[in-house]
Design a protein around this ligand. Sequence first.
Ligand code: NI
Length: 138
Amino acid sequence: MAQLVRFGVSIESSLLEKFDRHIENKGYSTRSEALRDLIRQELIKKEWEEDDEVAGAITFIFDHHQRGLTSRLTSIQHGYQEIIISSQHIHLDHHNCLEIVAVKGRATEVQKLANALQSVKGVRHGTLSMSSTGKSLG
Ligand code: NI
């Protein structure tokens, strides 16, 4: 485990009160852990902005009855097999399928794949969870 360092922060009391309320609602037990997560979030944002190697998950919902849709979605994923680590298909009900595609690769490639899947006609909802390979997070 990395060495822990303590440092002081000067902050307006009203801002700190708001922060404390916010992190309490989120379930943090200490300011330190909340601050560490905020810092990690900023570092992850930078990874995505600078087109570093990132990791994440693309999630989307579609109706498998729509003609040609399943094969179109599969075909797109085959074009990105170098960045797809794994995928999971869940049959939500008679019509709806949920697919979760775990990805690791250059941020622009991951974003391109997410855009390609989300924009297919018949995909009802899609999200990209932008996370990290963890290497730069200390
Ligand atoms: Ni299904």
